[in-house]
Design a protein around this ligand. Structure first.
Ligand code: NAD
Ligand code: WQD
Length: 348
């Protein structure tokens, strides 16, 4: 299939491009580069095309998904079979400060994208949703039957609302196939160390913070709370290797080919690891020190969040292959080889 990948220059999008080409698909990337660097795409082409002649070229358009004419231009040039829709703003804390910008970008952008898609007869979409839509989950492990919860920030609400928007569109027009992938906590990087997570400024998420401490960019990790009702008191999450997560999108395309209508899947490993489990694994596997100190709880955090991924296995034939050791190894491999991230991106 030929796939429109919005946000393809970003962390998860760039890894997904590799899995798409490995599976025999082709892609067209649309990204406004608001949180990414085109160097990621150059490196993706390098990885996909290793040893191949002619070199692989992935068409890239620096277009904002809110720009209807820009999107129309892309669809005029390429026939698209489906869209994997990663483009969006994702910083939880920033979304609390700038709710309008988050609703306008994520919801406005998706509405424009979907409208242009249907006008061009492309009614297949895989949407990047998030475990955050479960709020403080009613059950652990979380199945897809678990009710959606109260989000603690506008970012989470954009995901929750967009799930509803896409389901309503499919209900009104059954020609649509909509797959909602609810990611748990993506970490890791491509094993080559050539592409990875490249946060702008101070990382919000645990793994990039750990790697930046390990590489000497930050003094110590703050562990947000050690008094949660968890085995060691620190928060427990379902970390998933980004290469596994990327592979889930390829499996989801098979559901689309089967005309699934609506498909909703948790994408995690089903294992919960605490903050200190992650730090200890990182130190053990990589042989580097990660100084940390215990800080107060972070507002909006929950104690425990991990999923039951059985539905994805049963219906998509997908399951995670990488464990915690590969996650910490590949995160470090990327950071170690690219201490400043991709070149030219202004980091501090
Ligand atoms: P990312 O920021 O690395 O990638 C998102 C990409 O979208 C970036 O390249 C950015 O430049 C682009 N973008 C943003 N707004 C755009 C717009 N209006 N038009 C065109 N391009 C735009 O983030 P990621 O970690 O790769 O996440 C991808 C998707 O997965 C996002 O939708 C995110 O919300 C979702 N998600 C991420 C996580 C996570 O922890 N990383 C967890 C759950 C869900
Ligand atoms: C993981 C654990 C923290 C940083 C977020 C979003 C969610 C999804 C994934 C997009 C928690 C602890 C963290 C630090 C710490 N993104 N921590 N020190 O909060 O589970 O999920 O990213 O959809 O929507 O909310 O991930 O990596 O921020 O935190 O102790 O410096 O690490 O308290 O227990 P989270 P995270």
């Amino acid at each position: 299939m030929n796939i429109l990948v919005t946000g393809g220059a970003g962390f998860i999008g760039s890894h997904t491009l590799i899995e798409l080409y490995k599976a025999g698909h082709t892609a067209v990337v649309v990204d406004n580069l608001s949180n990414s660097n085109p160097e990621s795409l150059r490196r993706v082409e390098e990885i996909i095309g290793a040893g191949e002649t002619p070199a692989v070229h992935i068409p890239f358009y620096e277009v904002d998904i809110r720009d209807r004419e820009g999107l129309e231009g892309v669809f005029a040039e390429h026939k698209m079979d489906a869209c994997i829709h990663f483009a969006g703003l994702k910083a939880v804390g920033e979304s609390v400060e700038k709710p309008w910008e988050y609703y306008e970008n994520n919801i406005g952008g998706t509405l424009t994208l979907v409208d242009v898609m249907r006008k061009h007869g492309c009614k297949n979409i895989i949407f990047s949703s998030s475990a955050t839509i479960y709020g403080d989950p009613a059950e652990i492990p979380i199945t897809e039957q678990c009710p959606k919860g109260q989000c603690t920030n506008p970012y989470g609400w954009t995901k929750s609302m967009l799930e509803q928007v896409l389901m309503d569109i499919q209900k009104a027009d059954p020609e649509w196939n909509v797959v909602l992938l609810r990611y748990f906590n993506p970490v890791g990087a491509h094993p080559s160390g050539r592409i990875g997570e490249n946060p702008n400024g101070i990382p919000n998420n645990l793994m990039p913070y750990i790697t930046q401490v390990a590489v000497g960019k930050r003094k110590e990790l703050g562990v947000f709370g050690n008094d949660y009702p968890t085995p060691d008191g620190t928060g427990v999450r379902d970390y998933i290797h980004v290469v596994d997560l990327a592979g889930a999108h390829v499996c989801a395309l098979q559901a689309i080919a089967r005309r699934c209508g609506i498909g909703i899947y948790n994408i995690g490993t089903g294992h919960g690891y605490s903050v200190l489990d992650m730090v200890k694994a990182f130190v053990r596997v990589n042989g580097v020190d990660v100084p940390y100190s215990i800080k107060p709880r972070r507002a909006g955090d929950i104690a425990t969040c991990y999923c039951n991924p059985a539905k994805a296995k049963a219906e998509l034939g997908w399951e995670a292959r990488y464990g915690i050791d590969e996650m910490v190894r590949d995160s470090w491999n990327w950071q170690r080889q690219n201490p400043e991230g991709y070149p030219d991106l202004n980091q501090n």
